[in-house]
Write a protein that binds this ligand. Structure first.
Ligand SMILES: Nc1ncnc2c1ncn2[C@@H]1O[C@H](COP(=O)(O)OP(=O)(O)OP(=O)(O)O)[C@@H](O)[C@H]1O
Length: 655
């Protein structure tokens, strides 16, 4: 099994929960995650929170349909579904069983807070029962899987020790095959004289040799994976690549001056807007003729580009039989693209269109299963396992490493994080500057007093602008500062902090609600769109503010989407959240001038290096980290590991 980490650090031993029950939270009776009809080991593991109801249900249903009655196989399938929920594409059941057993026994270590004489709580009893489970013996388990009718029928796939549900195996092989086929195809024809001449036009102050090499590589290849941290000039490189490609197109007589058709896409509306704006600004800076030969450059979400269909959640209008018409497809924030969406994208892009996958493989992986960008970088680097920068010319990976933004201190922390150097991260964070600040609090300490002034000041200003109908200013203010949490729930979670800020604000300015049948809405409510609404054209991750309309004093929702800011009636927005605080996951693809990161306690399962890195790199000017030294160290030490076979497939295919 391979772990999808972007850096070549050795695979770590499974991390053990230091906070009892942090990883396995046994479910209360009536919890929807409790599988009512489960029996045997799956039921015991379900009660302890190791498996959820869906894991057990999918496994038992699949077994029933396929005529499998070996409980060891059912258990392995349940672990495969659990793995998917947690982002892995496949599972090694034997290794996972060992990890789970270790986590359960760690959770049972004596709890200092628990008084010895108290009766054992039900939750602890459930964990105890799960830790006493007898797991199938390794070789017998593997043999049972190999002999399973589910494998024979193709519902399950076994590759070495890795078990896949067929659907994910197909997605993974398709992504690998499409990428490999694109790499094996004859390279696009390039007019070298035109390239040389157009390079002269785009060279200049702000185009480093590294960027130029990447742009030239993108002209010469069907597929380019442009990687780099924030501020490394990826977008600048994309814009100049487009200019070079437009020159190639303009020089082709058979096109009769037809402009180059380019798609600028990203997984979220917010990221698509940023890409569009940044490319436009860069072309502007290059001069009045820079965009000549380029078709319209509007940023779109990947879902919209591929043609979302009301009747089908997983297929798009564009696919292998109806490819996208664009000659160049740029996808920014590719680290957020999961395996399913990448498979749909690759089948829709014409083999003879250029594809530029742009992103930072060190960021958090996609919410959905897979770690595609990191896998592609690892799998297609010539010296497999080498760090970025050492790819030979046959690799589509072009890595940018120089950060051009003037945030030296934030850069230094990000560097130390990348290197996994916990001492250096702590030292850098403690060396307070105008850019970086560490506020050390104990894991169980409430930082309310510390955070209240800045949070309330921001909320108050937002409310004043909203009450005055100043939507543009309110939207700008929204991006000035942001509170990021790892969790949604719990003391360090988004929900708690949203409630707190609203309470504090109401204490200062009086009741917030405007009535009018819109519970929870008030002028100055910062908004976060929580799911895609294709009909309304608002997308997951887009942000906004509730603003009073000056003409009639009615509350309107202003959302900054990919087509600029839009005004909507609050009642039409189905899935909207308050955003005085947001999760780091949701913050991907956006930035704020000043970011406050509230680290969860050291035992949190969400506390990873990728999470820390993603939060840190959201900050344009200032970052304040609130947490314990132990939490900082735990974050640096823990890399999100996703089991996938994509990198290995790509490596095997290029050998
Ligand atoms: N070669 C260069 N020399 C000086 N400044 C540069 C150079 N390339 C880019 N920049 C500037 O650095 C900043 C970051 O560039 P750009 O937005 O292209 O990076 P990015 O990698 O796309 O960043 P992010 O992903 O954080 O948006 C911009 O202000 C850009 O103008």
């Amino acid at each position: 099994m391979t772990a999808a980490t972007p850096t070549p650090t050795p695979i770590q031993a499974p991390r053990v929960a230091s906070a009892p029950l942090a990883i396995h939270e046994p479910f209360e009776a009536h919890d929807a995650r409790l599988a009512a009809r489960a029996t045997g080991t799956p039921a015991v593991l379900n009660a302890a929170g190791v498996l959820e109801a869906t894991d057990v249900h999918v496994a038992t249903r699949l077994a029933a349909v396929g005529g499998e009655d070996d409980q060891a196989v059912v258990l392995a399938v349940a672990l495969a579904v659990r793995a998917l929920r947690r982002g892995s594409v496949c599972v090694d059941p034997v290794a996972t069983a060992a990890e789970v057993a270790a986590e359960l026994s760690a959770a049972l270590e004596p709890d200092q807070d628990a008084a010895g004489s108290e009766p054992e709580p039900a939750a602890r009893a459930a964990v105890r029962a799960a830790s006493a489970v007898t797991w199938p013996e390794a070789s017998a388990w593997r043999a049972a899987l190999a002999a399973s009718p589910l494998v024979a029928q193709g519902a399950l796939r076994l590759e070495g020790d890795d078990l896949y549900l067929d659907r994910y195996h197909r997605l993974e092989t398709q992504v690998a095959d499409d990428l490999l086929a694109r790499g094996a195809a004859p390279a696009p024809e390039v007019d070298e004289t035109v390239l040389e001449a157009s390079l002269v036009g785009v060279r200049g102050g702000r185009f480093s040799p590294e960027q130029e090499a990447a742009a030239v590589q993108a002209v010469r290849s069907w597929t380019t994976v442009l990687t780099g941290g924030p501020g490394t000039g990826k977008t600048t490189t994309v814009a100049r690549t487009l200019v070079l490609l437009a020159a190639q197109a303009a020089a082709a007589p058979e096109r009769h001056g037809r402009p180059l058709s380019v798609a600028l896409a990203a997984p979220t509306g917010k990221a698509a807007t940023r890409l569009e704006e940044a490319v436009a600004a860069e072309l502007d800076a290059l001069g009045p003729d820079a965009a000549d030969g380029l078709g319209p450059l509007a940023g779109v979400t990947l879902h919209r580009l591929l043609g979302w269909r009301a009747d089908n959640q997983t297929r798009f209008r564009h696919d292998r039989g109806n490819r996208l018409g664009h000659e160049v497809v740029v996808v920014d924030e590719s680290s957020m693209v999961d395996l399913t969406l990448m498979a749909r994208l690759l089948e829709a892009v014409r083999p003879t269109s250029r594809l530029l996958l742009v992103g930072d493989p060190r960021q958090l992986t996609s919410v959905g299963a897979g770690a595609v960008l990191a896998d592609v970088v690892r799998g297609l680097s010539v010296d497999a396992g080498s760090d970025a920068g050492s790819e030979a010319s046959t690799s589509p990976v072009a890595a940018l490493s120089t950060n051009f933004r003037s945030t030296e201190h934030i850069k230094a922390v990000a560097e130390a994080l990348r290197a996994g150097d916990a001492d250096e991260v702590v030292a850098q964070l403690r060396a307070t500057s105008a850019e970086v600040e560490l506020v050390e609090v104990e894991d169980d300490e409430d930082p309310s007093d510390l955070l209240r002034p800045s949070l309330v000041a921001h909320a108050r200003e937002l409310r004043e602008l909203a009450a005055a109908g100043e939507h543009a200013q309110a939207l700008r203010l929204l991006d000035r500062q942001r509170l990021l949490c790892a969790h949604r729930d719990g003391p360090a979670g988004v929900r708690t902090w949203n409630r707190r800020v609203e309470t504090w604000l109401a204490e200062e300015v009086g009741p917030l609600a405007v009535g009018r049948g819109l519970p929870g809405w008030y002028a100055g409510r910062p908004l976060l769109v929580a799911s895609n609404d294709y009909a309304l054209d608002v997308y997951n991750g887009e942000t906004g503010v509730a603003v009073l309309r000056p003409e009639d004093g009615r509350l309107r929702a202003w959302i900054s989407g990919s087509d600029g800011a839009r005004e909507l009636a609050p009642g039409r927005l189905q899935d909207i959240e308050t955003m005085h605080a947001m999760t780091v996951h949701k913050a991907q693809g956006s930035q704020a001038e000043s970011v406050t990161l509230l680290l969860p306690p050291a035992g949190s399962r969400l506390l990873t290096r990728e999470l820390f890195y993603t939060a840190l790199t959201r900050a344009q000017r200032h970052v304040r980290v609130i947490g314990s030294e132990a939490a900082v160290r735990a974050a640096v030490a823990t890399q999100a590991q996703r089991a996938t076979g994509l990198a290995a497939r790509l490596r095997a295919g290029t050998r």
